[in-house]
Design a protein around this ligand. Structure first.
Ligand SMILES: Nc1ncnc2c1ncn2[C@@H]1O[C@H](COP(=O)(O)OP(=O)(O)OP(=O)(O)O)[C@@H](O)[C@H]1O
Length: 314
């Protein structure tokens, strides 16, 4: 392998057009820094899985190029993939085998894995994902979260420089999601770069240091998570017992997308001094308890950048 580059994944004008003509990924320039937890965010169908499959050398790009760990893909797949742990489209497990036996089998399929240390390696991976107590249970009796963790354990049998996880919390309940998230944080704190796709904005905000946002096969933006939303104005929030009247005044003042929930009225702030907006509320007899602009979320940034709502369904 080359010396560890600062950039773990880099693509240039990466493009995939499927045979049916569908342009799934369109001129993607992606830069994933070493040591990041990188969120690859986009609504369903925006091209995330297609990108990941190109990065892992599973499908050929139509145009453009991709480098993973400094090497061109898919050409260097054989040299690169042993350093990459991947969990794509759910783990392939044998339900009739125990969690431990699944991992033993998986490890045995790896020609570079030393059989003499297999049991130790499997025990360490089970421990890592918190499945030691359930290791003897058949995999088909595992919850979805446990199956997902077993898949992660399989990806962690060898030391990895990069982990690629496609929608790792898909289908999990909130507790299962929390478990996977804390595991991801732990892995990252050991220096493994984690690249994960998600259609869940708040998940990316909670766990990722960096993110790229996709829509319809194109990159909308990428960078440090905290900075992605920084250039975007957050929503105006007014707390008042006179919410209906407040909403009317805010609209009059030029606020957009006014939403009333109980005593909270939120809106896109109008393009004028907010002191005047507050004064107008008070003048109209609205009893204002709270008035301020919330920090913009990644969702606000997405809406601002695409002019569309972020589809969180599915
Ligand atoms: N094998 C294929 N043949 C033809 N079109 C495909 C194929 N796989 C995906 N597509 C299309 O390419 C587009 C991008 O799909 P992709 O699965 O990469 O998106 P995604 O962001 O991963 O979404 P999801 O989260 O739903 O998997 C979609 O319009 C999809 O229908």
């Amino acid at each position: 392998m080359e010396e560890l580059p600062d950039t773990v994944i880099a693509t240039q004008a990466l493009t995939k057009r499927y045979r049916g003509g569908q342009l799934a990924v369109d001129g993607l320039d992606l830069t994933v820094p070493a040591g990041s937890v990188f969120g690859f965010l986009g609504p369903n169908g925006s091209g995330k899985t297609t990108t990941i499959r190109m990065l892992m050398g599973l499908i050929e790009p139509t145009a453009g190029s991709a480098r993973v760990l400094g090497q061109p893909m898919p050409r260097s797949a054989r040299a690169v993939l042993p350093h990459v742990g991947a969990l794509i489209e759910g783990p392939a497990l044998y339900g009739f085998l125990s969690g431990r036996d699944n991992l033993l089998r998986y490890d045995a399929a790896d020609p570079t894995a030393d059989p003499r240390t297999r049991r130790t390696r499997v025990a360490a991976a089970l421990d890592r994902v918190g499945l030691t107590a359930a290791a003897g249970k058949k995999a088909k009796a595992y919850s979805l979260g446990m199956k997902q963790r077993l898949g992660l354990a399989a990806a962690l049998l060898q030391p990895r420089r990069l982990l690629v996880l496609d929608e790792p919390t898909n289908g999990l309940d909130p507790q299962g999601m929390r478990e996977i998230r804390s595991l991801i944080r732990e892995l990252a704190s050991d220096g493994t770069t984690v690249f994960l796709s998600s259609h869940l904005l708040d998940e990316i905000e909670q766990v990722c240091t960096h993110a790229a946002v996709m829509a319809q096969g194109r990159l909308i933006t990428q960078g440090v998570v905290a900075e992605l939303a920084a250039g975007v104005r957050g929503r105006l929030v007014v707390t008042t017992p006179d919410a209906g009247e407040a909403a009317r005044v805010l609209k009059e003042q030029g606020a957009g997308d006014v939403v009333v929930i109980d005593d909270r009225v939120t809106a896109e702030p109008p393009d004028r001094d907010l002191a005047d907006v507050n004064a107008a509320l008070v003048k109209a007899g609205v009893r204002v308890r709270g008035f301020g602009v919330e920090r913009a979320s990644l969702e606000d940034a997405f809406v601002a950048l695409t002019g569309e709502g972020f589809d969180v369904a599915g």
